[in-house]
Design a protein around this ligand. Structure first.
Ligand code: ZN
Length: 203
């Protein structure tokens, strides 16, 4: 083998080793980025669950009054600024949904009808009225516990949050503490049925 060919071989090996090192470095960077993303997702999930737990606490207040247990909180910069629970029966008012009450309180606190830097956490998918109010208030993110196939307007019956014709779109996250939110409603309706059948039975 001539000296020239030997030099070429050495150069080729060096090149391959460099490429290998660069590839390994890129893989390591990718792995670290994925880990960081995973940790961020975990933290976000924990925070979402923390706020949904407070919405659940609100929902229980509705149940205690005999109203369908739906609760809601509005969060701004990692802090709850308003809370609400369904009081439709208690107030004898169709506007007294958990979301409407908390939007009203949040607007009062903010001194503005716009809630552009807030997120809403609600145990049940919003109805058309509340979804409309969320769009009107320009709330950018809504986190939902359980979907409502009979009246939900975050995609179940209608999707008012991703309506291209509107000038505001809402980011929606679903399924946060889904089981707790669903079982609270199930238990409420089971109790209601029991009470009704108990009342109808001869004493
Ligand atoms: Zn509603």
């Amino acid at each position: 083998m001539t000296d020239q060919r030997e030099d070429q071989d050495i150069q080729r090996e060096k090149g391959a080793a460099t490429r290998q090192r660069k590839w390994e470095k890129r893989q390591e960077q990718k792995r670290l980025m994925a880990l960081k993303q995973k940790e961020e997702d975990r933290q976000k999930r924990r925070e979402d669950e923390r706020f949904m737990r407070e919405a659940l606490r609100q929902a229980k207040k509705a149940a205690a009054l005999g109203d369908v247990p739906i609760g809601c909180v509005i969060v701004r910069q990692g802090r709850i600024i308003s809370r609400g629970y369904n009081r439709r029966n208690a107030d004898k008012n169709v506007l007294s949904h958990a979301e409407m009450i908390s939007i009203k309180k949040a607007c009062k606190i903010q001194g503005d009808w716009r809630l552009e830097d807030c997120a809403m956490y609600v145990t049940l998918e919003p109805c058309p009225m509340c979804a409309g109010a969320i769009v009107q208030a320009r709330i950018p993110r809504v986190v939902i516990g359980v979907l409502n196939p009979k009246a939900g307007c975050a995609g179940s019956v209608l999707d008012l949050f991703h309506e291209k014709g509107f000038n505001h779109q809402v980011q929606v996250d679903t399924g946060i503490l889904e089981e707790e939110c669903a079982s609270l409603l199930q238990e409420f309706f089971q109790d209601l049925r029991k009470r009704k059948s108990g009342a109808a039975a001869p004493v």
